[in-house]
Design a protein around this ligand. Structure first.
Ligand SMILES: NC(=O)C1=CN([C@@H]2O[C@H](COP(=O)(O)OP(=O)(O)OC[C@H]3O[C@@H](n4cnc5c(N)ncnc54)[C@H](OP(=O)(O)O)[C@@H]3O)[C@@H](O)[C@H]2O)C=CC1
Ligand SMILES: O=C(CO)COP(=O)(O)O
Length: 318
């Protein structure tokens, strides 16, 4: 039995996929009106319209009624701490972060935030390339489940694998987390380049040099290079930097096109770019594309200026 905290796009999609296999899943939302609507219509009309809930999916607003078994925390990175602080103590139940990014106030990763709020909890992260719509529709996906306790990781891998989600396991939690955080920043950069008409070659350059920044930060925090070459790094970078289904990429497009963007949409890369830049500066790491994205977001650089900054850096070896 699995519980999902947060009936956003990702939490709902995971719950649908698990329940479609017949697993008992309880999806918790904090908003009573949303709970009532989802219970009545058996869909999440706001986030995943027309994708009905399987019978095994239970909806609740009563967090005390959640069953034993893993708890998936499917809330945005910058909301994870507040969500955990409002939730009851889940005892020995594994807590699985289902978010991507770095907390702006602390520069901590999702699993580090869980450890900060719930010391001693068995924590893991589920990350990798997948759009909620694809998961909910039953399309094939492959994701990474990272847990530093391999026994817990094996249990979670078995429990959370579904007919359309193939899970790969790793104990390299920092590696899995940093890939998912940095790829969103790079997706904003790529969207901005395409939106400003800079072309596909510029996008390929940003993806490749963005991967170099991802790897630089990963190695500096003790992660394994192989993890970054996998689903949570290279895989998710590829998906997010090339698809208009990505909200981070679309946010970048809007910057490049000078078009408005709905501020209520979850764009993890925006806050994470600032957190990543602060972390990189403290660690004396060179992350020029991250710097450029922060400049675009705070309005201090135009796309043209940011690209000129990147192209005029001293020449170096690859
Ligand atoms: N969407 C996707 O395709 C994918 C998303 N992810 C990751 O999943 C994470 C969540 O994204 P996604 O589901 O898309 O986001 P959404 O914006 O669709 O949903 C966010 C959910 O979090 C809930 N929430 C926010 N703050 C709190 C809080 N303090 N306590 C409890 N619940 C809270 C919201 O509730 P309310 O509506 O009441 O505000 C909402 O249900 C992100 O880190 C994202 O990167 C990963 C892979 C794919
Ligand atoms: O993380 C995702 C794909 O793996 C979803 O990307 P967005 O948050 O940019 O929509």
């Amino acid at each position: 039995m699995t519980s999902v905290i947060g009936a956003g796009a990702f939490g709902t999609a995971l719950a649908i996929s698990l329940a479609r296999d017949g697993s008992e899943v309880t999806l918790w939302a904090r908003d009573a009106a949303q709970v009532a609507a989802m219970s009545a219509t058996r869909e999440n009309a706001a986030r995943l319209p027309d994708l009905g809930f399987p019978d095994a999916l239970k909806v609740t607003g009563d967090v005390e009624s959640l069953p034993e078994g893993p708890v998936l925390l499917a809330v945005p990175m910058q909301k994870l701490r507040a969500a955990l602080q409002d939730l009851p103590d889940f005892g020995a139940r594994p807590l699985v972060a289902c978010c991507k990014g770095i907390e702006l106030t602390s520069r901590l990763s999702p699993v580090q935030v869980i450890g900060d709020v719930r010391p001693g909890a068995r924590a893991a992260i589920l990350t990798g390339p997948s759009f909620a719509q694809d998961i909910a529709k039953g399309l094939p996906t492959a994701l990474t489940l990272a847990c530093d306790d391999d026994d817990t990781g094996r249990d979670l891998q078995t429990t959370l694998t579904t007919a359309n989600i193939r899970l790969y396991r790793t104990v390299d939690v920092p590696g899995a987390e940093i890939g998912g955080a940095v790829k969103n920043v790079m997706a904003i950069a790529c969207g901005a380049a395409i939106g400003a008409g800079l072309g596909e070659s510029a996008r390929a350059a940003l993806m490749t040099r963005g991967y170099a920044e991802m790897l630089r930060m990963a190695l500096a925090i003790g992660a394994r290079a192989e993890t970054l070459a996998g689903l949570s790094g290279f895989g998710d970078l590829t998906l997010t930097c090339t698809s208009r289904l990505s909200r981070n990429y679309r946010y970048g497009l809007s910057i490049g096109e000078g078009a408005p963007f709905d501020p209520s949409v979850t764009v993890e890369g925006a806050a994470t770019a600032r957190a990543l830049q602060a972390r990189a500066r403290a660690m004396r790491l060179d992350m020029p594309i991250t710097d450029a994205v922060v400049g675009l977001i705070d309005g201090s650089r135009t796309v043209k200026e940011a690209m000129t900054d990147l192209l005029s850096r001293p020449l170096k070896e690859e």
